[in-house]
Design a binder for this molecule. Structure first.
Ligand code: ADP
Length: 163
């Protein structure tokens, strides 16, 4: 079974990478889908986000069944186009639940042949979000422990530059 993991990934964090690794062990193929979130203005361009994800994948033991793509439009349309039967999402805390439930229900109504499957965040990543990382970096804090090792220096530099 093929799965797709849609998100903004602005930028990818250790929490995202953990979900990617865990899901890649369960599914034959995982396609990470970089999407526009109309609720958030993005800091990194889609191409930059793709590069950061690809660089991060290099540090996994095995990433042979993981791909990264940039998507537009509805997630269910993209999932159907690539033949994915599952949408993966992550839940960190109760605060994620309401939004995720809304999205998953809407997607089910749009196409009930595609199921959303949730992974719960590991406790060490349950507070971690791309926006927290950006806020810390912009205020001069050290974000290296929140980001995949392969990209932390680059992201820190970029965020200070974009400040
Ligand atoms: P979106 O804007 O679509 O919510 P994000 O990049 O913020 O995109 O998140 C993509 C998915 O990954 C969401 O389901 C989110 O709940 C999940 N996620 C984000 N951070 C973490 C984390 N630290 N641990 C587990 N899941 C996470």
């Amino acid at each position: 079974m093929k799965a797709c993991y849609p998100g903004t990934f602005d930028p990818i964090t250790k929490g995202h990478l953990d979900i990617i690794e865990r899901s890649s062990k369960l599914f034959d193929e995982v396609v990470i889908l970089i999407m526009k979130n109309p609720r958030k203005a993005s800091t990194f361009s889609e191409e930059e986000r793709k590069e950061l994800i690809e660089q991060s994948l290099e540090q996994l033991k095995d990433h042979s069944n993981i791909k990264v793509e940039i998507g537009h439009g509805l997630t269910v349309d993209f999932a159907k186009k690539i033949g994915a039967g599952v949408i993966i999402r992550g839940i960190r805390a109760v605060s994620d639940y309401e939004y995720e439930l809304q999205q998953a229900t809407a997607n089910l109504m749009l196409d009930d042949s595609i199921e959303t499957i949730f992974f719960i965040a590991k406790p060490e990543y349950s507070f971690l979000s791309s926006s927290t990382v950006k806020e810390i970096a912009i205020n001069g804090g050290d974000i290296s422990s929140f980001l995949p090792k392969a990209i932390s220096k680059r992201v820190e530099k970029e965020l200070k530059r974009k400040k």
